[in-house]
Design a protein around this ligand. Structure first.
Ligand code: IFM
Length: 458
């Protein structure tokens, strides 16, 4: 496979991504309050081995070193998230010391010639707001807008690129339906209501961010799960369509002014005869909500890892489908490696929604890395990146306005319910010493990005 940086547009954004709770540690420093992930990870049985983000990668103290690592890789952008509980520890009172950290981080990035891309919400809701109902309560929308306002007013002179939410599907459904993530609720109607509050919080924050940040570029990041039918039978096709509604269209149609998809609304209202009994759980949508959610975006952020192959199955299974796991390559998360699904997804998003720009805000893979004398040999991860970059290139060449790619992740970190057992980094994190070791995949990235410089790719 021939792949070089110069094949991509000159102004392509090349970055790595992380999130606050996954890397920062320092959970009690400078006035930070507890978040739902502190509570959840400290609850016995919720995370692998009882792991918590208390120390994580100690990035709060090592951020300068970490910026130097990015510089070493040759990236021109870095996507991080701001921890809401540092900024509003009790959900109400602004904590200027919390904001200072992000000012220092942004300054270090700018000095290093790396453009900061900030995500406002990557799953760490202040526990104080959860105590008032969290994302299930409509009052969270005002709280989020207030938070977005404070952060962008204070950081807007340094950070121009803003992502409101990371993966609303995940924090809505894994947080409130299956309970695998914080706050660990298992209540499907509540999860559906959460999706609406999340999208509304996003839409209401967009104009506020624009007003605070000169030349702002504002978007949202969805996790996309392309769903393919197991066979061409009408039953399997219908099953795939149902899941596509819940995974993908529910979170994209309203952003682009189409409201919630009718078939998924019907599913939530009535269920499907023979598959799912209803009535179930329509979200409460007030007049004006859908208009707010459809606030124009500068870009759509795409997190892509794998696809879902769906087969119809009556009874028992959620949404009348079961997942088929085809023969093939899988990562340590048990996720199938399917780069063609990324290309097809980008083509579809461009065709169906025509966003001004698309960015891959996360893509990457976990493998069981082993540190051997200061080296980590991870050829499968390098191949994963190469295959997915090739898929991006195919989409670009077919006319998709794909403007950037952020590798997940800069360094191994706290993988939520999986704790530290899953490693996604370009740098290996040796947690006992906090030493970072560049993996072979990171070396490949460094060469790839440098090569582009030599042939004039910047
Ligand atoms: O680590 C997560 C990240 O926080 C959100 N997207 C998926 C990644 C891998 O699971």
């Amino acid at each position: 496979m021939h792949l070089e940086r110069a094949q991509f547009p000159d102004d392509f954004v090349w970055g790595t991504a992380t999130a606050a709770y996954q890397i920062e540690g320092a959970v009690r420093e400078d006035g930070r309050g507890p978040s739902i992930w502190d509570t959840f990870s400290h609850t016995p049985g919720k995370t692998h081995g009882g792991d918590t983000g208390d120390t994580a990668c100690d990035h709060y103290h090592l951020y300068r070193e970490d910026v130097a690592l990015m510089q070493g890789l040759g990236v021109n952008a870095y996507r991080f998230s701001v921890a809401w509980p540092r900024v509003f520890p009790d959900g109400r009172t602004l904590n200027p010391r919390g904001l200072e950290f992000y000012k220092r981080l942004a300054d270090a990035l700018l000095e290093a010639g790396i453009t900061p891309w900030a995500t406002l919400y990557h799953w760490d809701l202040p526990q104080a707001l959860q105590n008032q109902g969290g994302w299930a309560s409509r009052s969270v929308v005002d709280a989020f807008v207030r938070y977005a306002d404070a952060v962008t007013r204070h950081l807007g002179s340094r950070v121009r690129h803003w992502i409101t939410l990371n993966e609303p599907w995940v924090f809505s459904f894994l947080g409130h339906a299956t309970g695998q993530h914080a706050p660990g609720v298992r209540n499907v109607p509540r999860a559906v209501q959460v999706t609406h509050h999340a999208l509304l919080a996003h839409g209401r924050a967009v104009p506020v961010i624009r007003a605070n940040v000169p030349g702002a570029q504002v978007g949202i990041t969805n996790n996309y799960m392309p769903v393919e039918p197991f066979s061409a039978t009408p039953a399997d096709q219908a099953a795939a369509r149902r899941l596509d509604g819940v995974f993908n269209r529910w979170f994209t149609d309203p952003l682009f002014g189409r409201g919630y998809p009718e078939d998924t609304l019907r599913l939530f209202r009535l269920g499907f005869p023979g598959f799912l009994q209803g009535p179930l759980f329509p979200p409460r949508v007030l007049p004006g909500d859908l208009e707010a959610i459809a606030a124009p975006l500068d870009f759509l952020g795409v997190n892509f890892y794998t696809r879902f192959v769906a087969r119809a199955r009556r009874g028992g299974q959620p949404l009348g489908t079961e997942q088929v796991r085809p023969e093939g390559e899988y990562t340590a998360m048990g996720w199938e490696v399917v780069p063609h699904a990324l290309r097809d997804l980008l083509l579809r998003l461009h065709r169906d929604y025509a966003p001004k720009a698309l960015l891959i805000t996360e893509n990457g893979a976990a493998y069981p890395d082993v540190l051997e004398q200061d080296a980590v040999h991870d050829p499968a991860r390098t191949r994963y990146f190469q295959l997915h970059l090739a898929a991006c290139l195919e989409a670009i060449n077919a006319g998709v306005p794909l403007k950037g790619y952020f590798a997940w992740s800069l360094l191994d970190n706290f993988e939520w319910a999986e704790g530290y057992s899953k490693r996604f980094g370009l740098y290996y994190t040796d947690y006992p010493t906090q030493r970072r070791v560049l993996k072979d995949s990171g070396r490949w990235w460094r060469e790839f990005l440098r090569e582009g410089d030599r042939v004039g790719g910047r």
